[in-house]
Write a protein that binds this ligand. Structure first.
Ligand code: GLU
Length: 279
């Protein structure tokens, strides 16, 4: 079977050494006989900027990476993600949530000792209990809302243990419940990372998902979504995260470590590749 991998950056800043390491790792895993894809994850139009998109193509090419054309750019496919949301709605697994951040915070404080997941305190479920009438009245009145997954219903629908395999951590039993009723779409971004990444990985036939360990837990949720949507189950390899001399993870805010600043300082692509070739 041909190995198909992808590197899927978001154009919200310039790429840094950690991105170079991740992209190189992905390309290496595809190997000479596999396929390596680049995908642009720009669903959050408030944070993405065209100059960062141009820089992704330019910096990766400078580094000597090649990828297949055409590149899938997620902002061109909102209709696809809407169709996925519609399928989950038809299964009765999504519900509108009208809560503001403040409402959620107040409810969490009221309950006390709220369970926490990878993204912080779990949603306390306030809007899960709204009647159909209340939902349609509030939507008709123009109230803004997000769509949340009814996690218990989703797990109940699958009705069996789900597993996935990570090449560095081994066999995993999926525990999507750690996310609670996670948001799958917002009014200003009518999809979410979880929807678009799961859909696109399936659509593009990605057989090995490589990405940083910071997204390890997300795979528990993605495994559930693959099952609900009848998608193929890829293998995973969550790699380590590069840290700077201070021991902190590289982040987009560390301007000194961007690939373009290294290039401007006169470093060669080979030298940067050597630094990035760590996994
Ligand atoms: N777009 C995500 C990021 O830039 C990566 C998503 C993934 O590899 O699954 O962090």
């Amino acid at each position: 079977m041909t190995v198909i991998t992808r590197f899927a950056p978001s154009p919200t800043g310039y790429l840094h050494l950690g991105h170079a390491a991740s992209a190189l790792f992905s390309m290496k895993q595809a190997g000479p006989h596999g396929r390596f894809l680049l995908r642009i994850e720009d669903i959050d139009q408030t944070r993405c900027r065209p100059e960062y998109l141009d820089a992704i193509y330019e910096d990766l090419a400078w580094l000597g990476l090649g990828w297949e054309q055409p590149v899938r750019v997620q902002s061109e496919h909102f209709a696809d993600y809407q169709a996925v949301l519609d399928r989950l709605t038809d299964m009765g697994l999504l519900y509108p949530c009208f809560c503001t951040r403040k409402d959620i915070q107040a409810e969490i404080e009221r309950i006390g000792n709220a369970p926490h997941g990878p993204d912080g305190a779990l949603y306390p479920g306030t809007c899960r209990h709204c009647s159909a009438q209340e939902r349609s009245d509030r939507i008709a009145a123009g109230e803004s809302y997000a769509l949340r997954l009814d996690m218990d219903a989703a797990i109940g629908r699958v009705g069996r243990e789900l597993v996935w395999f990570d090449r560095s951590a081994g066999r995993q039993v999926a525990t999507p419940e750690i996310f609670g009723d996670v948001v799958l779409a917002r009014k200003d971004t009518p999809t979410s990372y979880h929807i678009s990444v799961t859909h696109d990985d399936h659509l593009q036939g990605i057989s090995l998902i490589t990405r940083g360990q910071d997204l390890f837990f997300a795979s528990h949720l993605h495994r559930l979504m693959q099952e609900l949507l009848g998608y193929d189950v890829p293998e995973y390899h969550h790699h380590g995260l590069l840290t700077g001399p201070d021991g902190k993870r590289f982040a987009k805010r560390d301007k000194s470590k961007t690939l373009r600043s290294m290039r401007e300082e006169g470093m060669t692509p080979d030298a940067v590749r050597d630094l990035a070739d760590q996994f």
